[in-house]
Structure formats: structure tokens, C-alpha cells
Write a new protein. Structure first.
Ligand code: G3P
Length: 481
């Protein structure tokens, strides 16, 4: 049996898989979101660690009750979030600064002006507080304990995979997919970049050693090998068996993350999509083109909780189906700014086209379209930039359960949308990578065991509505400044 440990932004989950990667059990714990100031987001790393201990214990108990043992653990994680700890004193020095945290927004704008191009060339990333480098810089400049540990030579930084690997095995390591989200890692040389280290005042010894995405790292204290570290979106790409160049997956969770496997080719996006490492396994390096939409599931919850339009997502869908069109309404879900291709932190949500005939069902339909159009826009850009025709869009995540949104998505991208039976592709990716590292499974076997739940094929042309929605986006930009 294998465990895919998925340390996400709002919860920690461990999923127990059997030898054929069927899901046997899910253990889940939520933890506190800490908002010390407007726009700041932190997690308590010790609390995260406690949730990890609990979910692993729970899965172990289930395995034992079946007379089985855990053969390996793969760790996948919320990316970019950074933890600082003291190697000697074996304790963390500050809360984890979460990927969503905007405390370094000003510094990022400054950097973007002077170093935007060089950083993008080296790292594949657009300068934004989202990534780890400015968070590390902030910790080095603002936290006394961090400064002291730096002087002592015992300071260590790591993304969540790295922190958990250290807690579980004592090793200070990270994999290439996670490293590529720090903005300190050069995706061409596949190493920490000296010039960037200097720019952010980071010494190489503060950072983890780089390991392959599928590689044995060490044993936990009860003798279970930890043999994969992988960023959660890259893990989902792997879990969807998107092994070939041109394969694309979209995880529709709180937000949406769309990744295209671009093989060994780094695409220098002209539209601010990101280039990132998908995985490195031995000599195989796979890059990915990535676009993210910040608001997806959040919008569905917003319709339910904030606007009180329905009691759950099934009822929302029923209401949307009653009208079957947007009634001229366009919904731009830019609640917290917009990611690619705009990268506009000042954009805000917009509902436009209201008339006396509008009722809530049109707004729901328009919101569903807003989700599909946001994803569709990035899929279209990826196709253009990679010059690869996308045959199938593989979807997963909570919102992919919604058939209406998936059908609108298929119409929008004019492509087949394919949903697997196992939508837990993130944990699955990590578990399968862990098994690959130990030589117990190969990619072919994984392709064989992947089952498709449903395929959505394009039914109607949505180009007109899609274009109109893009006009609405232009009106939502730069609202807060
Ligand atoms: O924890 P999730 O699933 O919201 O994913 C967060 C992403 O890794 C951020 O880049």
C-alpha cells in the first residue's frame, strides 16, 4: 500500500492506495488560516506538522487493520509557501508565509520594473508576491530570530515539501518541481541561481539540496520510505498520466490550475503564462506551461454562502439549467485580482449586463460561464504559444464534478473534456511517483489503470459569449488602484 500525502492550503490529507492505486481511505485535517494583517496569510508550521502526524497515523491504522504495510509515502504540497527553521535547535522561526500572502507586493512591483525580464528568463516566472523569493527576503530582513540563525549558520528555508521531508527523515531537500516555484531556481541550469541568490540576499546553504521528483529520501522513524516530493499541480499532471508533450490537465479546486506538458522544451510565454518544472526523474526532465485562475470553487461557494442563491452546488446547477443561458449577463470572478495573462492584483469582480429581466438564475449561469471562460482563455493561450493542438483537456478537482460547468468548458475550448474516475489526482500523482522511485511500478501500468468517468464533447459554439466576456474582463481591470 502507498500513501499520497497532500499538504494543501486549507487541509492536510493522506490517501491510502492499494497496489493498483485504488483509493482505500482518506484521512483529513483542517488547520488555522492566520491573517495577521490585510492581505497577509500565514500558517503555523507546527500545526501543519501535527495534522501530518495525525493523517499518517490514521492511514497506517487502516492499513494495519487490513494486515498490510505502507510501502512508501509520496509528499505533495501547496507550493511557494515558505518555512524558516533552525537546524540545530530543531524548531521553526516564524509562521509559514503562504503563497497567497501579499506582504511583498510593493517589493515585487519594484523588482518587476528592474529585473522582470532577467527573472522571467532564468526562472520562467512573472515577478509576483506569489513566489517564495520575496517572502524569504522579507523573513531575512524582518525577523530577528531568522537573522540570528543566519549569523549562526543554522538557518534553513524550505517549501512545505522540504519542511515535511526534514521533519519525517531529517534531510534538508526539495525536488525540482517545488524549487522551480521559488524564483531562486534557474530552470535552464537546473540549479539555484547565484545571481538571484545575491539579489535576494540568500546564501546557498540556507536552501535545500535538490533531489529528483521520484527519489528515495529517507525513512520515517517507523521505517517507511519517503520517496517522492512534488508540487501539487505538477503532481496532478502526473496523476492524470499527462506524460506526453501536449497533454493538458486542469485542476478545478478553490482556484484552477492549468498545466501543459511541454516535454523538454521551455516555452518563453509572450502572454505571461509561467514555465515551470513538471518533474525530473533521472535523465527525464519535463517542463510545463502553467496558467492559474485564482477563483473557481470560491465562486460557487460565494453564490451559495454570500449571495444565498441555493443551498448547494446541485441546486445552483438546477437553477442554471432552468434558464439554460446567461440572459446577457457576464461574470468576471476577479475577487482577488487576476492571474495570467493579466497579473493584475487590482482587478475586482464584476457582474455586467443587468436588465430588469435578469434573475438570479442568469447570474448563476453567468458565474458558471465565468469559471469556464477563465479556464478557456488560458487553454487557448497555451495552444497558441506552444503551437500544440490540444486534443483533450483532463480535468480533476472538486468543481470538475459539476457536469454543466464541464459541458460549458468543453463548448468554450472546443475540445474534449475528460474526467477520470479518480479525481484525487494530486495525491495519486505523489503516491505513484513514490512507487516509481522504488521501482515497483512504471508509467505504462499507470496508464492502464486510469479509468475515465465521463467525456464531454463540444455541443455548441460559445465564441460570441466568450468574446463578450473578455470585454467584461477589460472593464474589471485596475479597479482598486
Ligand atoms: O493547496 P492548493 O490546492 O490550493 O494549491 C495551491 C498551489 O499549489 C499554489 O501554487
Amino acid at each position: 500500500m502507498y500513501i499520497g500525502l497532500d499538504q494543501g492550503t486549507t487541509s492536510t490529507r493522506a490517501i491510502l492506495f492499494d497496489e493498483n492505486f485504488n483509493m482505500l481511505h482518506e484521512a483529513r485535517r483542517e488547520f488555522k488560516q492566520i491573517y495577521p494583517k490585510e492581505g497577509w496569510v500565514e500558517h503555523n508550521p507546527e500545526e501543519i506538522w501535527q495534522t501530518v502526524v495525525e493523517v499518517l497515523e490514521e492511514c497506517k491504522r487502516v492499513a494495519e487493520s487490513k494486515g498490510e504495510k505502507i510501502k512508501a509515502i509520496g509528499i505533495t504540497n501547496q507550493r511557494e509557501t515558505i518555512v524558516a527553521w533552525d537546524e540545530e535547535e530543531k524548531r521553526t522561526l516564524y509562521n509559514a508565509i503562504v503563497w497567497q500572502c501579499r506582504r511583498t507586493a510593493e517589493r515585487s512591483s519594484e523588482l518587476r520594473k528592474d529585473f522582470g525580464k532577467v527573472i522571467k528568463d532564468k526562472t520562467g516566472l512573472v515577478v509576483d508576491p506569489y513566489f517564495s523569493a520575496t517572502k524569504i527576503e522579507w523573513l531575512l530582513n524582518n525577523v530577528e530570530e531568522v537573522k540570528r540563525a543566519a549569523t549562526k549558520g543554522t538557518l534553513r528555508f524550505g517549501t512545505i515539501d522540504s519542511y515535511l521531508a526534514w521533519k519525517l527523515t531529517g534531510q534538508h531537500v526539495t525536488d525540482y518541481s517545488n524549487a522551480s516555484r521559488t524564483m531562486l531556481f534557474n530552470i535552464h541550469t537546473l540549479d539555484w541561481d547565484n545571481e538571484l541568490l545575491e539579489l535576494f540576499g540568500v546564501k546557498r546553504e540556507f536552501l535545500p539540496k535538490l533531489v529528483d521528483t521520484a527519489q528515495y529520501i529517507g525513512d520515517t522513524k517507523d521505517g517507511i520510505p519517503v520517496s517522492s516530493l512534488v508540487g501539487d499541480q505538477q503532481s496532478a499532471l502526473f496523476g492524470q498520466t499527462a506524460f506526453e508533450k501536449g497533454d493538458v490537465k486542469c485542476t478545478l479546486g478553490t482556484g484552477s490550475f492549468i498545466l501543459m506538458n511541454t516535454g523538454d522544451q521551455i516555452i518563453n510565454s509572450q502572454h505571461n503564462l509561467l514555465s515551470t518544472v513538471g518533474w525530473k526523474i533521472g535523465n527525464e526532465i519535463v517542463y510545463a506551461l502553467e496558467g492559474s485562475v485564482f477563483i473557481t470553487g470560491t465562486l460557487v461557494n460565494y453564490l451559495i454562502r454570500n449571495l444565498g442563491f441555493a443551498k448547494d452546488s446541485a441546486e445552483l446547477t438546477e437553477l442554471a439549467l432552468q434558464v439554460g443561458n446567461n440572459g446577457g449577463i457576464y461574470f468576471v470572478p476577479a475577487f482577488t485580482g487576476l492571474g495570467a495573462p493579466y497579473w493584475d492584483p487590482y482587478a475586482r469582480g464584476l457582474i455586467i449586463g443587468l436588465t430588469p429581466g435578469t434573475d438570479k438564475r442568469h447570474i448563476i449561469y453567468a458565474a458558471f460561464e465565468g469559471i469556464a471562460f477563465s479556464v478557456g482563455q488560458l487553454v487557448a493561450l497555451m495552444e497558441k504559444e506552444s503551437e500544440i493542438y490540444i486534443k483533450t483537456l483532463k480535468v480533476d478537482g472538486g468543481v470538475s464534478k459539476n457536469n454543466l460547468i464541464m459541458q460549458i468548458l468543453s463548448n468554450t475550448v472546443n475540445t474534449v473534456v475528460e474526467r477520470p474516475v479518480n479525481r484525487e489526482t494530486t495525491a495519486l500523482g505523489a503516491a505513484t511517483l513514490a512507487a516509481i522511485a522504488m521501482g515497483w511500478v512504471d508509467k505504462n501500468k499507470l496508464k492502464e489503470i486510469r479509468k475515465i468517468d465521463r467525456i464531454f464533447t463540444p455541443k455548441e459554439n460559445r465564441e460570441e459569449e466568450f468574446n463578450k466576456w473578455k470585454q467584461a474582463v477589460n472593464r474589471a481591470l485596475n479597479w482598486e488602484s
